[in-house]
Structure formats: structure tokens, C-alpha cells
Design a protein around this ligand. Structure first.
Ligand SMILES: C[S@@+](CC[C@H](N)C(=O)[O-])C[C@H]1O[C@@H](n2cnc3c(N)ncnc32)[C@H](O)[C@@H]1O
Length: 308
């Protein structure tokens, strides 16, 4: 399994460098532990609490970062419950909360998880695959109405051929039966779109559909919105929030929230336009191509904040 190359790591560390007497950092999307490892190595007195909803990510990061002893803790959970998770872990007033959204290469590179349109696997796509009650991509593909499929593909996938693809899926369901494997979905999408359309689309025509399904399965936009609200709740002291996002809808949520906080006097934006990866990083790490980094510094002692 490939490691995950942390995206915009120097920029993330640059923001943490601006925090005086930094002690506790929450890595809200632990993944492979790339950010956590760098932070623990760079700041010898800092403790990191890493959060991930993926039990496999928790396990592998725990093993990988064992040498940092009790300066590192990994907790399984969804960042939408940030405040409760930190309460339960006995962490109060962290100095920074970092989000690196989306999926890790560990997840994409494991065909069994169903995130990849390049390899065959079950249509799962749950980041928390220990949660038996959560719906999977197959549930959406096989039970949603054509209208709902179009909406998901259009909104979350920003896919211009959403209607054609949804129609193709519904037709396949009616004629053949449920779609259980990623490979079948990829074939249905390919067979639905005429060759000239596929050529016009450039990349694999399944890419945006897989992204849309993943966002829907994991309720990613709602979780992000909740998590930012939770940050506001826990930010009684000075606290930085750093978000690296990969999708325009995510970035819009972050941009709006940070500007609202700024205009209501909760803190400052170190920069108004998002940071993006430089040419060297783009060359080294293809995954960074759509990354946008935004940050916010809470000023502390806000009215209505939850004091610990
Ligand atoms: C892009 S990876 C993070 C990579 C990490 N920064 C690194 O350098 O190794 C995103 C991780 O966030 C996790 N994740 C996504 N949404 C989450 C949520 N709502 N709650 C907790 N973890 C989440 C995913 O399971 C994935 O492991």
C-alpha cells in the first residue's frame, strides 16, 4: 500500500508557526498521519490528538506514530462531533484544529473500499466502514430515483452529463438488476455516453460520479459545516482553524464561514484568497492539484463561547 504524501504541509506548518506557545493541535483528519508526524517532529512540546472516522486509518497511524509516546493520541470518530470527542478525550482549548478533507490515498488504493473507479471492488465508499448502519454507494445507485441521482451527480459531482448517466443507471437497473461492483458502474457509465462525449470529457467519465457518490455516502458537506460550527464553539482561547479542501463546494462553505466569523469580530483571516500548491508540489503530487488552503485565527474570549 502506498503512503500518503501530505498536501501543502509547509503551508500548514507555516500557520502553526504563527501561534505563540503552541501546545495542543487537533489533526481532525488524521489519515496516514502525515501532518501529525510532521508537527510532532517539529514541535517537541506539542501534543497532537488525531481524529479519523476510518478505523483502518486510526490503526495504521497509531502504529506508525507509536514512537511519539503520549504526545500522540488517535481517536476514532467523525469530526462533525468535534466538541464531544474532545470533551471525552479531556482536551480543552486546543491551539489549532486542522482539516485535510476528502479521502486518503490509502483509501483509494484499497479496492475493497470501493472508492476507486480504476479497480474493481464492492460499491461501498463508507469512510467509516465499521458503521453497519450507514448507507453505501450501492444503496444510492440501486435505490435512488432518477431525479435524486441527477441531483447528486450535478451538485456533488458538478457533472454536466448527470441526466444521461442517471438515465443509463436506471435503465440498467430495470433491465439487468442491481449494480454491486465499481467495475459494473464504470461500464454502465461508459456505455451510456457516446464516444464523442467521452472524448470531450477528457478524463475518465466515472471520475465525477464516483466523487459525487462518495460525498453523498459520507454526508461530507454537512459534516464540514457542523465541524466548523463546533470549532466556533470550542474556540474560547486563541485558536487557529486550517482547512485544506479539494472541491469547490467545500471551499465555498469554508470561505463563507471564515468571512462570517471575521465580519462578526471573532478573529482574523491571515489571507483572504486561499493558498494553493506551488509548481514543485503539483509536479510531485498529482493529488494536490485541486487543493485550496484557508485559515482563520480566533481571537479568544468571545461571547457565547464554551468556556472549559
Ligand atoms: C486527505 S486524508 C488526510 C491525510 C492526512 N492529512 C495525512 O497527511 O496523512 C483525509 C482523511 O480524513 C478522514 N475524514 C474525512 N472526513 C472525515 C470526518 N467527517 N470525520 C473524521 N475523519 C474524516 C478520511 O477518512 C481520511 O482518512
Amino acid at each position: 500500500m502506498n503512503g500518503h504524501i501530505p498536501v501543502m504541509l509547509p503551508e500548514v506548518c507555516g500557520i502553526l508557526e504563527g501561534i505563540p506557545a503552541i501546545r495542543v493541535v487537533v489533526d481532525a483528519t488524521l489519515g496516514f498521519g502525515g501532518y501529525s508526524e510532521a508537527i510532532l517532529s517539529k514541535w517537541q512540546k506539542v501534543a497532537v490528538i488525531g481524529l479519523d472516522q476510518d478505523p483502518q486509518a486510526i490503526e495504521s497511524a497509531r502504529r506508525r506514530l507509536l514512537s511519539f509516546g503520549d504526545r500522540f493520541r488517535a481517536v476514532h470518530g467523525n469530526f462533525r462531533d468535534l466538541s464531544m470527542i474532545l470533551d471525552e478525550a479531556g482536551v480543552s482549548a486546543p491551539d489549532a484544529v486542522i482539516f485535510d478533507l476528502g479521502i486518503s490515498s490509502m483509501q483509494v488504493d484499497t479496492p475493497d473500499r470501493g472508492f476507486s473507479f480504476q479497480e474493481n471492488g464492492p460499491l461501498d465508499m463508507r469512510m467509516d466502514n465499521a458503521d453497519d448502519h450507514q448507507m453505501m454507494a450501492a444503496d444510492i445507485v440501486n435505490t435512488y430515483s432518477m431525479r435524486d441521482l441527477i441531483r447528486i451527480f450535478r451538485v456533488y459531482g458538478e457533472e454536466s452529463f448527470a441526466a444521461q448517466i442517471a438515465r443509463g443507471i436506471v435503465r440498467y437497473r430495470e433491465r439487468v438488476g442491481p449494480i454491486a461492483q465499481t467495475e459494473t458502474l464504470v461500464t454502465v457509465i461508459r456505455e451510456t455516453l457516446p464516444a464523442p462525449v467521452q472524448r470531450k470529457m477528457g478524463r475518465n467519465p466515472s471520475r465525477k460520479i464516483f466523487q459525487a457518490l462518495r460525498i453523498a455516502v459520507n454526508d461530507e458537506l454537512e459534516a464540514l459545516e457542523n465541524a466548523l460550527n463546533e470549532c466556533e464553539e470550542i474556540a474560547v482561547n486563541r485558536m487557529a482553524v486550517v482547512v485544506v479542501s479539494y472541491h469547490s463546494l467545500e471551499d465555498r462553505i469554508v470561505k463563507k464561514k471564515f468571512r462570517d466569523w471575521n465580519s462578526t469580530g471573532k478573529g482574523v483571516l491571515p489571507f483572504r484568497r486561499p493558498l494553493v500548491p506551488g509548481p514543485e508540489e503539483l509536479e510531485e503530487n498529482w493529488r494536490s492539484r485541486s487543493a485550496k488552503l484557508r485559515a482563520f485565527h480566533f481571537q479568544g474570549d468571545m461571547p457565547g463561547g464554551k468556556r472549559k
